[in-house]
Design a protein around this ligand. Structure first.
Ligand SMILES: C[S@@+](CC[C@H](N)C(=O)[O-])C[C@H]1O[C@@H](n2cnc3c(N)ncnc32)[C@H](O)[C@@H]1O
Length: 246
């Protein structure tokens, strides 16, 4: 299911995009100056300009288009009945939360966040609520301001938990494990958590697989989810909490 988006979802970690674009422009300027002032084609400057321009394009594509396409497929793969309770951890302006809400005719999509504008441009609760209205799912969406290391929900309260590009923002492996443990805690037996992230996905898989009653898989999500290139690729860690968890 791919629907036209009506909301405004900002840019993930905008300072990174600006850094890549500045490097591309700087190297382009250096190439042109060498050419016009010294009559020299500097292949190194030109190569740097091309590489950073490609990285800028990759980053922009992922944050504006790619992650939506990948998450649409991931959510479709869950074959939701439409009455589930879904929690999106670190929902930001609602990219994944609202895709989930569109698949919940009678269910509820709950998003929690601390609304860091460093992690996503224009990130705040009002922007996410506005997006929920624009996507026509406002009545199925609940937002809460909360830290993912202390989720304000009882045990076993969600059928599905999603998290996209959020957990890596927490500093320290032990702190990230607290967030993972919270995700498992609020997941119902038989429920599934889908965690897409850069950087620490192998550690997530190790930690989650070591917890009782979990079936865990990890896989790369491909070029549509590269933040600048294959060196910043997003991986998916999927966890099923088996009914024997308790
Ligand atoms: C790169 S944004 C991704 C947002 C959204 N998941 C998406 O894919 O568009 C990362 C989000 O994680 C949130 N975040 C960072 N640390 C958090 C924490 N400890 N608890 C809850 N949210 C957090 C940020 O505020 C931000 O909204």
């Amino acid at each position: 299911m791919t629907a036209t988006r009506h909301g405004h979802y900002g840019i993930d970690a905008p300072h990174v995009l600006y850094g890549l674009a500045a490097a591309a422009l700087g190297a382009t300027a250096a190439t042109l100056i060498a050419l016009t002032a010294y009559d020299t084609f500097n292949a190194a400057f030109a190569a740097i300009a091309v590489v950073f321009a490609l990285m800028t394009c990759s980053y922009l594509w992922t944050t504006r288009r790619g992650k939506f396409a990948v998450w649409s497929e991931l959510l479709d793969g869950l074959a939701l009945r439409g009455e589930e309770r879904v929690l999106d951890v670190g929902c930001g302006r609602g990219a994944v939360l609202l895709l989930a809400a569109q698949r919940l005719a009678q269910g509820q999509a709950v998003g929690i966040d601390l609304w860091s504008a460093k992690d996503q441009s224009g990130n705040n609760e009002r922007a996410t609520l506005r997006n929920a209205e624009l996507e026509g799912v406002r009545e199925r969406v609940t937002l809460l301001t909360a830290d993912m290391r202390a989720l304000p929900f009882p045990d076993c309260s969600f059928d599905v938990v999603t998290s996209s590009l959020a957990i890596h923002n927490i500093v320290g492996a032990a702190q990230r494990e607290r967030a993972l443990a919270e995700i498992l805690r609020v997941l119902k037996p038989g429920g599934t958590a889908l965690i897409a992230d850069i950087g620490h996905s192998r550690a997530y898989r190790r930690f989650l697989a070591a917890q009782p009653g979990t079936l865990v898989e990890r896989r790369a999500l491909g070029w549509r989810f590269w933040y600048g290139g294959p060196h910043v690729a997003t991986s998916l860690v999927s966890v099923m909490r088996t009914s024997g968890a308790d």
